[in-house]
Design a protein around this ligand. Structure first.
Ligand code: PHE
Length: 360
């Protein structure tokens, strides 16, 4: 039976297919395509009507006509699906295009404003300058962790549990492991122990190192105290060192960093990890020793502590105190910045106010 056998019925399939394809191609949105689909394939479409009328045909004609109608429907469905996918993609990219933020104006505006070149924070540049001075004096630079064990921060430094010296350090403890076993280091002195242990293991004593870094104490911030501050530690381990080596090193550093008119002074003090120990003062940088409000009329400003390494510390680190001697010192980096640049209030160093920071 030839194609077109349905022309004797209600429709001419060839013409219907051509018309349908044209209608599908003419639909320019998914919405329009939905309507075209309903017209071409819906219940009241010519195709559905022809299908319903198949019953009126004789059995043999009915079979081939039925197959013809089904094939036509399948072809149209495929063409519609393909057209719908294409239209949907077009519509989606149109939406994206409409939503896209045009940033070119913002970028251009930014480029019209001249960029100011940034620079290192005052604390960082101070730390770098201190390192430079010490490196020039023959020291190497080392670092240690900020979260320390009780052993390194206290015990190995000759501060056993319940030692009254722990009162000097209001500590922040971390909530890990046993209570009060991990502490945010209260000073950089624990790095001394780490360096000594490493040098013992590597057989590389003598040691001449400085160790800068961040420290933490449970202090309320005021003009001269911060709960987070920076220290630089120094340790020298060698044969036959005396207090004169310590004093000479401190004086050389002081003049090199603060200028030839600024000197150092060592006053007797107590630290559990040095013996003898001293407080390290420098000439007041404001009045150069004449006496002023900043130095309470004394002409001196306190910068840190120092002393000869206590034999108990050498023991803890596995170094023979009869063979080796050592000295150590530690002082505030923020304090150095404050004194060299006349910063009235240390809290300015934490506040990230560019109007303050830009000056340095
Ligand atoms: N760690 C001491 C402090 O922070 C300073 C110090 C370092 C003293 C080295 C002696 C030797 O108070």
């Amino acid at each position: 039976m030839a194609k077109g056998s349905l022309s004797s019925g209600a429709i001419d399939p060839t013409a219907l297919e051509a018309e349908s394809l044209q209608a599908i191609g003419a639909a320019t949105s998914t919405e329009a395509l939905d309507e075209v689909e309903a017209t071409l394939l819906g219940k009241r479409s010519a195709l559905a009507t022809a299908h319903r009328r198949l019953g009126q045909l004789d059995p043999e004609t009915r079979r081939s006509a039925g197959r013809e109608l089904n094939d036509l429907r399948a072809r149209l469905e495929a063409v519609i699906a393909e057209r719908r996918a294409g239209l949907r993609a077009d519509e989606r990219s149109a939406v994206l295009e409409a939503d896209r933020l045009d940033l070119s104006e913002v970028v251009l505006e930014g480029l019209r404003t001249p960029l100011r070149r940034g620079h290192r924070h005052l604390v960082t540049s101070t730390r770098d300058a201190l390192e430079d001075v010490f490196v020039a004096m023959g020291f190497t630079v080392a670092e240690g962790p900020e979260a320390e064990t009780d052993w390194y921060n206290f015990e190995a430094l000759n501060i056993p549990p319940a030692h009254p010296a722990r009162g000097m350090y209001d500590s922040f403890y971390l909530d890990v492991g046993e209570p009060e076993t991990v502490v945010l280091r209260t000073h950089t002195s624990p790095v001394q122990i780490r360096l000594m242990e490493a040098a013992v293991a590597a057989g590389s004593i003598p040691i001449h190192s400085v160790m800068p870094g961040r420290c933490y104490r449970r202090d309320t911030a005021d003009a001269s105290h911060l709960p987070v501050f920076h220290q630089v530690e120094g340790v020298v381990v060698d044969r036959g060192l005396t207090f004169a080596d310590l004093a000479g090193t401190i004086e050389t550093f002081t003049a090199a960093y603060f200028g030839p008119e600024v000197h150092s002074r060592l006053r007797p003090a107590y630290f559990p990890f040095t013996e003898p120990s001293a407080e390290y003062d420098i000439t007041c940088t404001i009045c150069l020793g004449a006496g002023c409000r900043t130095c309470s009329g004394t002409g001196w400003l306190e910068l840190g502590g120092c002393g000869m390494v206590d034999p108990a510390v050498f023991d803890a680190a596995g170094i023979d105190p009869l063979e080796w001697s050592g000295f150590a010192f530690g002082f505030g980096i923020d304090r150095c910045a404050q004194m060299r640049h006349e910063v009235a209030d240390l809290r300015n160093l934490l506040e990230s106010d560019v109007r303050f920071l830009r000056q340095f």
